[in-house]
Design a protein around this ligand. Structure first.
Ligand code: ACO
Length: 335
């Protein structure tokens, strides 16, 4: 094979059975269904309740399903990246643990942490290894047990997040096929760290009585500045990747946005002139599942996707990190 691109050749998602509804949250904190729906678009989320399970168990379920569905043996996988903001532990990393749980042996494996932009960061990284000719069967999995870092007494964050995982298979295709990961704009701004963080348990504030008493092992978010930066960041990244490739909104078949807030998604779609019918939105069912949102959308919409469709994937998250990836879909859905 001559020059290649990395094409998504399969996608699979997994969500836990347990549902946490807005009505359930009304019993836990001072909130109400109307506020949550109008401010965020979320109606319910899934929570991983099985004792002793973690993000790697979510990820392993998605990857196992992906391998079965695409007829790929674990031995064939030569590279696996896991994007997560909720690693099982500080180390070993979650990609290694998922690989072991699904029987992937001797593969290059590592984890990326870019909060809600983690899946795009991992996808672009994996695509570059494929384009370089180093790896041929690559799994990119987003897995987050957000319920493990959410304070269910804090109404400003506990309504937002859910647990899920989803994975894609990447394989090389000749550039003449004109499919795969085509281009990307990825950015970061570390000064945004004051608005969205989890500060306990790392090397700055190792776990102690103080970190636990202060609830530093939970997510902290100052919602308004994050909202503003998210709309601006995603719109600019989408605009840039489209402009430099000569793409107009009418050329785009699907926009696949990170699902943090329905109002953010609508604002970005509006600024970009994308009709909402061509924007994948499932936040009402799952909330913000961090690294899983984008592949979970691809999984749910897979049967509607056609070879050659232009997709713009876009995300914004803690860091700040954000970006947009242009993907040309490589197969007819349902096949
Ligand atoms: N129920 C009822 N009232 C509430 C709730 C609740 N669950 N939460 C907050 N309120 C109140 C606040 O106390 C405040 O009351 P006040 O005006 O009396 O002070 C009022 O509602 C408005 O609060 P805001 O925080 O200003 O509400 P906002 O409209 O900004 O919505 C939200 C909050 C949903 C968090 C929004 O700011 C948001 O979506 N931000 C961006 C999220 C995001 O994109 N994150 C990045 C990805 S996440 C990651 O990387 C891990």
């Amino acid at each position: 094979m001559g020059k290649v691109r990395a094409a998504i050749t399969g996608v699979h998602g997994w969500v836990p059975e347990d549902v946490l509804t807005n009505a359930d949250l009304e019993k836990m904190v001072d909130t109400n269904d109307e506020w949550i729906r109008t401010r965020t678009g979320i109606q319910e989320r899934r929570i991983l309740k099985e004792p002793g399970t973690a993000s790697s168990d979510l990820g392993a379920r998605a990857v196992r399903g992906l391998l079965e569905k695409t007829g790929t043996s674990p031995d064939e996988v030569d590279f696996i990246i896991c994007a997560t903001a909720t690693p099982d532990m500080m180390f070993p990393d979650t990609a290694n643990i998922i690989a072991d749980k699904v029987g992937i042996k001797n593969a290059f494996a590592f984890e990326v942490n870019a909060a809600c932009s983690g899946f795009l960061t991992a996808l672009l990284t994996a695509a570059k290894y494929v384009e370089a000719g180093m790896y041929k069967k690559v799994v990119v999995v987003g897995a987050d047990k957000m319920s493990s870092i959410v304070d269910y007494t804090d109404r400003s964050t506990c309504i937002l997040f859910g647990d899920a995982s989803a994975a894609v298979l990447l394989e090389p295709v000749p550039v003449e096929e004109n499919t795969g990961v085509m281009d990307a704009v990825m950015r970061s701004d570390g000064s945004g760290r004051e608005y969205l963080y989890l500060k306990g348990g790392g090397s700055l504030h190792p776990a102690s009585h103080e970190t636990v008493d202060n609830k530093w092992h939970y997510i902290y978010q100052d919602g308004r500045p994050v909202f503003k930066a998210a709309v601006q960041g995603m719109a600019e990244a989408v605009q840039e990747v489209m402009a430099r490739n000569g793409l107009k909104p009418s050329d785009i078949d699907w926009v696949v946005p990170h699902q943090a807030n329905r109002r953010i998604i609508e604002a970005v779609a509006n600024m970009m002139d994308f009709p909402l019918e061509r924007v994948m939105i499932n936040i009402h069912k799952y909330g913000n599942t961090t690294t899983a949102t984008i592949p979970l959308c691809l999984w749910e919409w897979e049967s509607q996707l056609r070879k050659g469709d232009n997709l713009i994937l876009t995300a914004f998250g803690g860091g700040f990190t954000w970006g947009a990836v242009w993907v040309k879909w490589a197969y007819d859905g349902g096949k």
